[in-house]
Write a new protein. Structure first.
Length: 165
């Protein structure tokens, strides 16, 4: 569970590329997430193209780190998985969190950038990545070798939970 407490949002990266084996581990982690009815409604788009990574911040103001990141993973909802339409946000959130935790385990840095629920971002990212109609971009996760260090921390707050005995 160390990755849970040491995972931080990393927004600065070195120029070192992310290896194919690390990319595969990130994808395996995402696909290991729980999903409603076991339907796994996700599709992951790995973005390595520098021109696309540089274009993303022009349509999403909170993705400036894409200009440095060697890759980004776009977590998408595959709308063809009908049985999951009421639960896709939970399923994709679990997949994104798994990717973030695996990045930490691999010594990589990553940050969650929300896309879904902002229609203009959904449309712009769909256009930039030339996504087919059945894929809905949910989140972008820029990934790279960290060029900043952040200490792990606990967010345990006794005011945010209760116990029923």
């Amino acid at each position: 569970m160390n990755a849970i407490f040491t995972r931080r949002s990393i927004r600065k990266y070195t120029a070192e590329p992310v290896s194919q084996s690390d990319i595969e581990m990130l994808l395996k982690a995402g696909m290991a997430a729980p999903s409603a009815f076991g339907r796994a409604p996700w599709h992951f788009v790995v973005i390595k193209n520098r021109a696309l990574l540089d274009q993303i911040p022009t349509v999403h103001p909170y993705t400036q780190m894409c200009k440095q990141a060697p890759i980004a993973i776009c977590v998408c909802y595959d709308k063809r998985v009908e049985a999951s339409k009421d639960w896709f946000m939970e399923d994709l959130s679990a997949a994104a969190q798994n990717i973030l935790l695996e990045a930490t385990t691999l010594g990589l840095g990553a940050v969650w950038c929300g896309v879904y629920a902002h229609q203009e971002r959904v449309e712009a990212i769909t256009r930039i990545l030339s996504l087919p109609d059945h894929l809905l971009p949910f989140a972008l996760i820029p990934v790279g070798h960290p060029d900043e260090q952040k200490e792990g921390h606990s967010k345990l707050d006794a005011d945010k939970y209760s116990v029923i005995e």
